[in-house]
Design a protein around this ligand. Structure first.
Ligand SMILES: [Zn+2]
Length: 389
């Protein structure tokens, strides 16, 4: 737990960032998207962000002798990224299987290895993935995996914010309930880590087991994190089995009555998009994973136009093959431009909002994270949607 102590020491520090280009990510109306200015950080909170030099002088004199000054001319200050969907421990599986479709990739390559991974491997894989994310400017991630208590421990040790989501699947329901119990214990009182329940996907869960996962989420006041409409096969199978699209089926079962993050949403119809917008479901768009597995291109612009909160995730490193949110933003923007033959389809600033402010909204921290402004949290604090019971 040495890392936590280091974080606690760091978090009391005062920092003045001077002469930076600031992208606050909360500009409205005709406000400029960026400005030249200074940011003062007091302990864990942003004390001020602005272009008035007197604020910086006042901040310096208030914290004379106890303030680190960062000269940031030519550099940009922007909120940390929220990786809205990943399986961080899969850093250990990076590159184990390329050039195969999702079902084969999961059933023949990934699940057999994951079946041999215990808590120790998940902890080590999480540490590796967290290091990669921190180096790339990601300060929050939403994870889904077995042994999520180990992911919570790794995040706390690194001083990183996370929402860890134990994964429910038919063939491991007993393990899931144990993971959920341990994870809730682990994050109880955590300043950095919260939890949600993760029903894996429509093709890995019976209705009975889905209802059990919903029951556990409700008991804890926790949200839901799932895979939704990732492939055409998933969509076709759901229509054959249930006579409904995955979105329509989950809606009929009542899943979306809870705060929900749905990863992928590649094959959603216009009707599905309306449901997602009406129920306030956040979508985690994973363009590079969808490209690698040949799943398709999510209708991101349509979802944004319909009022769906679309965030960005990398998915696990095995289906990407990295956890780089810069690449993910670039791909998200370029794919929509190419497929819609419209260079304005998802502009750069929209992609940046998806990776910051929209990610914060997806985890219930809208306006609090994902924005550079007074009162916001530049570093870390506990997370989201219950779980801190
Ligand atoms: Zn995933």
């Amino acid at each position: 737990m040495g890392g936590v102590n280091h974080f606690a020491r760091r978090s009391r520090m005062n920092i003045l960032i001077r002469n930076a280009t600031i992208l606050p990510m909360n500009a409205t109306g005709g406000q400029p998207l960026h400005y030249e200015g200074n940011v003062g950080i007091e302990g864990e909170r942003i004390a001020f962000a602005g272009s008035d030099g007197r604020q910086a002088e006042e901040f310096l004199s208030r914290h004379a002798g106890d303030c680190r000054v960062v000269e940031a001319e030519g550099k940009v200050v922007l909120p940390g990224f929220v990786n809205a969907h990943t399986h961080v421990a899969m850093s250990l599986l990076r590159g184990v299987s390329d050039d195969v479709p999702l079902a084969e990739w999961l059933e023949q390559h990934i699940w057999p290895i994951e079946g041999k991974m215990g808590r120790r491997e998940v902890f080590d894989g999480a540490r590796l993935g967290i290091l990669e994310m921190l180096l790339g400017g990601t300060t929050t991630f939403v994870d889904m995996y077995p042994h999520e208590d180990a992911v919570a421990e790794a995040a706390e040790e690194a001083g990183m914010r996370a929402v860890v989501c134990p994964c429910a699947m038919d063939f491991r329901m007993a393990h899931f309930e144990e993971d959920w119990r341990r994870t809730r214990e682990r994050v109880s009182g955590s300043r950095l880590v919260g939890t949600m329940v993760a029903p894996h996907a429509i093709y890995t869960l019976s209705e009975g087991n889905l209802r059990r996962a919903m029951e556990l989420a409700d008991e804890a006041g926790a949200g839901i994190h799932l895979h939704l409409s990732e492939t055409e096969k998933e969509d076709a199978d759901a229509r054959e089995r249930y006579g409904a699209s995955p979105t329509a089926w989950f809606d009929a079962v009542g899943l979306f009555g809870r705060p929900t993050i749905a990863a992928h949403c590649v094959t959603v119809s216009e009707g599905d998009i309306r449901v997602l917008a009406e129920r306030g479901v956040s979508v985690a768009h994973n363009p590079q994973s969808n490209m690698k597995l040949g799943s398709g291109i999510a209708p991101v612009r349509r979802m944004l136009e319909a009022g769906v909160n679309v965030a960005i995730g990398t998915d696990g490193a095995a289906s990407n093959n990295d956890l780089d949110m810069w690449e993910e933003m670039r791909t998200a923007s370029l794919l929509q431009k190419a497929v819609l033959r419209d260079p304005c389809a998802v502009p750069a600033y929209t992609a940046l909002r998806m990776a910051t402010a929209n990610g914060a909204k997806a985890i219930g921290r809208e306006g609090e994270l994902g924005v550079v402004a007074a009162g916001r949290w530049p570093t870390c604090r506990s997370s989201t949607w219950g779980g801190r019971t």
